[in-house]
Design a protein around this ligand. Structure first.
Ligand SMILES: Nc1ncnc2c1ncn2[C@@H]1O[C@H](COP(=O)(O)OP(=O)(O)O)[C@@H](O)[C@H]1O
Ligand SMILES: [Mg+2]
Length: 395
C-alpha cells in the first residue's frame, strides 16, 4: 500500500516507536471510529492485507466484474480506496465512486443516473485529474434516455484513453428498485465491449452479494433477482473480521507509539468481546485510551476492567453502529432469528431467507452453530429486546 513503511507499518513522520511523550500533538494517531482509515492519522491494519490481493489483481487483469461484500463497518471502503491507489500505481485508470447519494432518487432512474454520473465525474477529476466525464455527462444525459446513458458515458470514457479503466462502485445496494436494476443492466450490456469500449473491470461493493438481491421493480411490478440482472459477475469476495493477531497488532500500534501498555488480560478481553469486528475493536480501544480520563494517562496500563467499562459506555451511548444494529430489531424477520438464539428457545420459526438477511447485517455469525456474532452485539440485542418487549405489568 502506498505510504507503508517497512514491515507493513504505516510510515508516519515524527511518530517514533515506544518513545513516550515524544509525539507532537498534531501527529498523534488514534483509533478511528468514523469512516475509512487513513494510515497517517489512524492506527490501522494495512487494508490490502485484509483481502486476497493476488486474487483481486488476477480478476482485474482477467477483465472480470465481481462483487466485494461484507456487513457495515467492516472496512470495505478502506479496502477499496487502498485498492484504487494500488491499481493506479500499477498503470490502470481506477476510480472509486460511492453511489449512496442516488438512494434518495429512489426509482426515478433519470435522477439516479445523473447522480451516478456526477459522482463518477467528480471521482475521476479528484483522483486522476481526468475531466472527460465532467465535460460530457450533462450533454449525454440530455441526449440519451436514462436506461442507456451510463452505458454510453462509460463506453466513451473507456475509448478516450488506452489505459484500462477500472471502476470501484461502493454502496451499490443503497440504490433502489428500477434505479439499481438499470445500473446493473447497463453494466451487463456494455460488458462485451471491454476493455477498449467499456471498463476493463468493475467491482460492486455493498452489504450483500448481488446474487441475493431481490429487487422490486416498480415499472414491472415484479421482484427481479440480482443474479439475473447482472449475470456477468465472476466471483463474490467477502471481507471478514480481524483475526486475533490483527487485533493485537492494532492495539500494539498504540502501545508502540505512546508507550501505553494493555495488560494481557485487557488484550484478551478486547478480542473475546469483539471477536475482531473492526469497528468494535477501534471503538473499545478509543474509549479506553482517548475518552476515558484515566486512560489518557499513558503511564497507566489499560486493564481488563477498563475495557469492560468502555464496553458499557459504548452500549449506553448507543454509538452509531450499535444504535443502527439495535434499530434493526424492529424488523420482525430480525427478531425471529435473534430472539430464540438469546433465549435459547427450542422452537425456531425463522426461514433460511431471514437467516441470510441477519448474517448480511453482521448480527449473526456466518458459520455454525447459529449464534449472535460477538458478545457486544449479543449484549446490545438482549437489552434492546427487553426494551421492546410488551410489559404486562404496565397499566
Ligand atoms: N484496515 C483497518 N484497520 C483498522 N481499522 C479498520 C480498518 N478498516 C476498517 N476499520 C474500522 O472499521 C471502520 C469502518 O471502516 P470502513 O472502511 O468505512 O468500513 P465499511 O465501508 O465496511 O463500512 C473504521 O472506522 C475503523 O474503525
Ligand atoms: Mg463503506
Amino acid at each position: 500500500m502506498a505510504g507503508d513503511g517497512p514491515g507493513g507499518r504505516p510510515a508516519v513522520p515524527g511518530v517514533r516507536d515506544g518513545r513516550l511523550g515524544l509525539e507532537a500533538p498534531g501527529l498523534m494517531r488514534f483509533f478511528n471510529t468514523t469512516g475509512p482509515v487513513v494510515a497517517a492519522d489512524h492506527y490501522c491494519i494495512p487494508p490490502l492485507t485484509r483481502l486476497d490481493l493476488d486474487e483481486l489483481l488476477r480478476l482485474v487483469r482477467d477483465k472480470r466484474y465481481f462483487v466485494l461484500h461484507a456487513p457495515r463497518q467492516t472496512g470495505k471502503t478502506s479496502a477499496l480506496l487502498a485498492l484504487r491507489d494500488r491499481l493506479n500505481a500499477d498503470g490502470y485508470r481506477c476510480v472509486y465512486v460511492n453511489v449512496e447519494v442516488a438512494q434518495t432518487a429512489r426509482e426515478d432512474v433519470g435522477q439516479a443516473m445523473r447522480a451516478v454520473l456526477g459522482r463518477l465525474a467528480s471521482g475521476a477529476r479528484m483522483t486522476l485529474g481526468d475531466e472527460f466525464m465532467e465535460g460530457v455527462y450533462r450533454d449525454l444525459a440530455a441526449r440519451y434516455v436514462p436506461h442507456e446513458v451510463l452505458l454510453e458515458a462509460l463506453a466513451r470514457w473507456a475509448e478516450a484513453d488506452p489505459k484500462p479503466l477500472v471502476l470501484l462502485i461502493d454502496e451499490i445496494d443503497m440504490l433502489i428498485g428500477d434505479s439499481l436494476l438499470s445500473v446493473l443492466r447497463q453494466l451487463r450490456t456494455g460488458y462485451h465491449q471491454r476493455p477498449h469500449g467499456f471498463p476493463q473491470s468493475v467491482v460492486l461493493c455493498g452489504v450483500r452479494d448481488v446474487r441475493d438481491y431481490r429487487i422490486h421493480s416498480g415499472s414491472a411490478n415484479a421482484v427481479i433477482a440480482g443474479g439475473s440482472a447482472f449475470n456477468v459477475k465472476a466471483e463474490s469476495l467477502r471481507l471478514g473480521d480481524f483475526s486475533r493477531d490483527e487485533v493485537l497488532a492494532l492495539v500494539g500500534q498504540h502501545t508502540a507509539e505512546t508507550g501505553q501498555a494493555f495488560t494481557a488480560e485487557a488484550l484478551e478481553t478486547t478480542w473475546s468481546r469483539t471477536l475482531g469486528q473492526p469497528w468494535l475493536v477501534n471503538a473499545l480501544a478509543y474509549d479506553a485510551c482517548f475518552r476515558d480520563k484515566r486512560g489518557r494517562d499513558r503511564s497507566r496500563p489499560v486493564d481488563a476492567g477498563a475495557v469492560l467499562a468502555s464496553q458499557e459506555r459504548l452500549i449506553l451511548r448507543r454509538e452509531t453502529h450499535l444504535g443502527y444494529l439495535a434499530d434493526t430489531l424492529r424488523e420482525d424477520r430480525v427478531q425471529r432469528v435473534v430472539e430464540p438464539l438469546l433465549s435459547r428457545a427450542e422452537t425456531r420459526t425463522f426461514t433460511g431467507r431471514d437467516l441470510e438477511y441477519v448474517r448480511d447485517l453482521g448480527l449473526v455469525a456466518r458459520d455454525r452453530p447459529i449464534r449472535v456474532a460477538n458478545a457486544i452485539y449479543a449484549e446490545v440485542v438482549s437489552r434492546e429486546l427487553s426494551a421492546l418487549a410488551p410489559r404486562a405489568d404496565w397499566s
